[in-house]
Design a protein around this ligand. Structure first.
Ligand code: PBG
Length: 326
C-alpha cells in the first residue's frame, strides 16, 4: 500500500494549532444578562445552572464579573416591575433595562447590547400588540404594523440610556426599518442594529422563558417566528432585514440551525451572529450534571462548530466559562 496523502501528519501536537481553521476567542462572545426589577437579590435560574437574575443595583457588579473573564459585550434582558397589555414598561425612561444600561454604560467598559422586544413586558407574553379576542382564537396573535411604533420607541429609549447596539427579536415584519428610522430621527444613526433576522419558533427557548418570565399566556409564537422546516425563507428574512438596514444578522437557535448560519454566511457579507440559546445550554448542563458529558469539552466544541459554520459573533450562556477556559 502506498499512501501519499496522510492527513494525520498534520494532527500532531505542535502543528495542529498551526493548521487549525477556526478558533473561539473571548472577543467573539456576548454574554446575556437578566436584570430583574422585582428583586434586590440574585435569583438563580433553575434550568440554567450558573445563571441568575440580578437586581438593577447589582447589574454593574454582574457585568464586571463578565468583563473579568475577557468577554467584552453583554446583551441585556429585563424583567419589569409590572406588565400591562401594551408592554409600556418596555420603553419607560426609568424602565429596568434603561436604568441598568445607564449604570453599566457610566461605570464599566462593557459594550452594551439590548434586546428589543415586548414579550417580557406584556401581560399576555406575546411580542407585540395583541389582536382582540386572541385568547379565544389561536389563529390570532400579534398586530404587525401597530407593533412597529412601539419597537421604535423601545430602541430609542435604550439608545438614550446608552445602549451601543440594539437587537430586535420580535420577528415583526418591517421591524429593522422602523427601528432604523426611529433611531435616526433622534440622531442615533451611529447605533447599529443586530437583527434577530432568522428566529425560529423553537422549543429550545424553554429555559429562557423561565429566566425572563416571557412565556405566552395563551397560544404560541408560530404566527410570527419561523417554521423550523424552512430554509429558503431564512434567506428571504435576512434579505428583508439587509434591505431595511440591519448591521448584523443573527440566527437563532444555533446548534440545530447551523445549516442556516452557513447559508446566511455565504449569501451575505454582513457579520453573522449565532444565538446559542437557553435550551442548548440547559441540555449540555443537564447531561454534564449526570456525568454523561464533559461540560468544558462540549461547550467549546459547540461554539467552535458555530464559528466553522460561519458565525462571527456568538451569544452564549457559556461565554464566561469558555472565556475562562481560553
Ligand atoms: C424574546 C427573546 C427570546 C429569547 C431571546 N429573546 C424568547 C422567545 O422568543 O421566546 C430566547 C433566548 C434563549 O432561549 O436563550 N424577547
Amino acid at each position: 500500500m502506498n499512501l501519499t496523502d496522510r492527513p494525520r501528519r498534520l494532527r500532531r501536537d505542535g502543528v495542529r494549532g498551526l493548521v487549525s481553521e477556526n478558533r473561539v476567542s473571548a472577543s467573539d462572545l456576548i454574554a446575556p444578562v437578566f436584570v430583574d426589577a422585582t428583586t434586590d437579590e440574585r435569583i438563580p435560574i433553575e434550568s440554567m445552572p450558573g445563571h441568575e437574575r440580578v437586581s438593577v443595583d447589582d447589574a454593574v457588579d454582574r457585568v464586571e464579573e463578565i468583563l473579568e473573564t475577557g468577554v467584552e459585550a453583554v446583551m441585556l434582558f429585563g424583567i419589569p416591575e409590572s406588565k400591562d397589555e401594551l408592554g409600556t414598561r418596555a420603553w419607560a425612561e426609568d424602565g429596568v433595562v434603561q436604568r441598568a444600561t445607564r449604570d453599566i454604560a457610566a461605570e464599566t467598559d462593557a459594550y452594551v447590547i439590548t434586546d428589543v422586544c415586548l414579550c417580557e413586558y406584556t401581560d399576555h407574553g406575546h411580542c407585540g400588540v395583541i389582536e382582540d379576542h386572541a385568547d379565544e382564537n389561536p389563529t390570532l396573535t400579534v398586530k404587525n404594523d401597530e407593533t412597529l411604533d412601539l419597537l421604535g420607541k423601545i430602541a430609542v429609549s435604550h439608545a438614550e440610556a446608552g445602549a451601543q447596539m440594539v437587537a430586535p427579536s420580535s420577528m415583526t415584519d418591517g421591524m429593522v426599518g422602523a427601528i432604523r428610522e426611529a433611531l435616526d430621527a433622534e440622531r442615533f444613526d451611529d447605533v447599529p442594529i443586530m437583527s434577530y433576522a432568522v428566529k425560529y419558533q423553537s422549543a429550545f427557548y424553554g429555559p429562557f422563558r423561565d429566566a425572563a418570565d416571557g412565556a405566552p399566556a395563551f397560544g404560541d409564537r408560530r404566527h410570527y417566528q419561523m417554521d423550523p422546516a424552512n430554509a429558503r425563507e431564512a434567506l428571504r428574512e435576512a434579505r428583508l432585514d439587509v434591505e431595511q438596514g440591519a448591521d448584523v444578522l443573527m440566527i437563532k437557535p444555533a446548534l440545530p440551525y447551523l445549516d442556516i448560519v452557513n447559508a446566511i454566511r455565504r449569501e451575505f457579507d454582513h457579520p453573522v451572529a449565532a444565538y446559542n440559546v437557553s435550551g442548548e445550554y440547559a441540555m449540555l448542563q443537564a447531561a454534564a450534571e449526570k456525568g454523561w458529558l464533559d461540560l468544558e469539552e462540549v461547550a467549546m466544541e459547540s461554539l467552535v462548530s458555530m464559528k466553522r459554520a460561519g458565525a462571527d459573533l456568538i451569544l452564549t450562556y457559556f461565554a464566561e466559562q469558555v472565556a475562562d477556559q481560553l
